[in-house]
Ligand binder design. Sequence first.
Ligand SMILES: N[C@H](CCC[C@H](N)C(=O)O)C(=O)O
Length: 269
Amino acid sequence: MDVPLPAGLRFAKMQGAGNDFVVLDLRDGMSCPSPRQLVALANRHFGIGCDQIMTIGPSEMADAALRFFNPDGTESGACGNATRCAVVWLGGVPGRRYRLATAAGVLVAERLEDGQVRVDMGPPRLGWRDVPLAREMDTLALDLPGAPVACSMGNPHVTFFVDDLDATDVAGLGAAFETNTLFPSRANIGFAQMTGAASMRLFVWERGAGATLACGSGACAAGVAAIRRGLAYERIAIAMPGGDLAVEWRGEGVWLSGPARMVFEGRVG
Ligand SMILES: N[C@H](CCC[C@H](N)C(=O)O)C(=O)O
């Protein structure tokens, strides 16, 4: 890891349910680090360390434009927890609706009176080409062991329903399925255990990041999967290792709610 870090780069460290982010505000003209520098900044030993880097840029059609980069340097079209953190960074005025331009579309988000932040992640894309899959298949039960459910939230998600999450090899199975040839863009792999008609436990192995303490778009995908399978109704409480999220889906946009916190601000040496 001999990539020189961009000296003087100002950043913020934020987290949502333990999913942690380096936030780079480029709206005042600060240049975006190179892809190799982004990888170095995300490294937890040689850099700042995070699950994703989020850049916040100017936008003519929204309050800001967001981009998301995994620690392996790949860019994602969606990142639910980072999007929620962006609302806090932009001021987080309760009751104000923030419009955030992303590769998956312009999302609407707001700070709730209890301090949590919720975002409309847009509708799930349920077709096999949307995920995307390498060949035509029913996304409600993929032709894979465990017959998982697939969708896109602007990024590809596959959700397995398991009886005992603690007995599930999340890292081994997650890494194997992430790069399965059925997923030409790879995939985020979720493992969900229903704990009631309106609740589940969820672990996610993230594409390009590995196991994280929470995954916002993964929670949306798992909630949609449960509702499509008839395992839950419109709103689901989702307990993840780093904290609790909530997902609501009534057939249109998927609303993701949860905590979003500033941790510290810093400057690269
Ligand atoms: N690793 C994901 C992006 C981050 C998703 C997650 N952190 C979230 O909150 O949605 C991907 O490559 O699609």
